[in-house]
Design a protein around this ligand. Structure first.
Ligand code: MN
Length: 257
């Protein structure tokens, strides 16, 4: 277990539990998304602090929207929140999609450069799904790429998807980037990723999105030696593969997407 991603949900009094697709685009159109990102960053870091005090040193990932990267105050906001929760900057990872960078590459570079200088890590989310220029991988301070779930989910059935996943893992490795596979739902896919020496995996095989308290219980159960082994670890046939696949990102609560 190497970290958690904050995913936002809205418990609407009348309409029940709303997923991000139902309100994040609206927040982006109306400009409220910056405030939303601040709320998510704040709650994710507050939770990271709670876990840290309980002896769980879990980095948290938070998704950014295109508008956030146009905000030259973002690095200052992030610094203030890290300080408030007494967390080292490298415990926070910010995820952005390719489209976010392409919206205003110059400004994105300025904002990301300052975040990187603070020690915050930057990951490219949904990698391969957007209109991408690979040039930003060398120009921007990116530490990780997250392969879009659409390629990972079908890699057992679709040869083209399998080639894309394998090539992306290699690309990341050759550029010195950590590679995360999103959307891992089966042991077969997990094992295939381990063979490819993909660094990390996340998805429903590990855990569906859960609230923070539930994740705390889940972590405690896994930490107990007597607890049943997770399917993935139990099926990894040898130590080398297990080591390759050792890193697992479960998906946490609190925040967005
Ligand atoms: Mn993400």
């Amino acid at each position: 277990m190497t970290g958690v991603e904050a995913l936002v949900r809205w418990r609407h009094p009348g309409r029940g539990l709303l997923g991000p697709d139902e309100f994040v685009p609206l927040a982006e159109r109306t400009g409220l998304v910056r405030e939303l990102t601040r709320v998510v960053l704040g709650s994710a870091l507050r939770q990271a602090r709670v876990w840290r005090e309980a002896g769980l040193d879990l980095p948290v990932s938070v998704n950014l929207s295109a508008r956030d990267l146009l905000d030259l105050d973002l690095p200052r906001t992030v610094a203030a929140l890290l300080e408030r929760h007494a967390l080292p900057a490298d415990r926070l990872e910010l995820e952005l999609t390719e489209s976010v960078i392409l919206a205003d590459p110059m400004r994105a570079r300025a904002v990301l450069g300052r975040l990187d200088a603070m020690g915050v890590t930057i990951a490219i989310d949904d990698f391969g799904s957007g209109y991408s220029s690979l040039a930003y991988l060398k120009r921007l301070p990116v530490s990780a790429i997250k392969i879009d779930r659409s390629f990972v989910m079908n890699m057992e059935r679709d040869d083209n998807d399998a080639v894309i996943v394998r090539s992306t893992v290699e690309l990341g490795r050759n550029l010195g980037l950590r590679v995360v596979a999103e959307g891992v739902e089966t042991v077969a896919v997990w094992n295939r990723l381990a063979e490819l020496r993909c660094d990390q995996a996340q998805g429903h095989l590990l855990s569906p999105p859960v609230a923070a308290a539930e994740l705390t219980r889940w972590l405690a159960e896994r930490a107990r030696p007597a607890a049943p082994r997770p399917p993935a670890a139990a099926s990894a046939p040898d130590a080398r593969e297990r080591r390759a696949a050792r890193s697992v990102r479960a998906v946490g609560p609190a925040a967005r997407r």
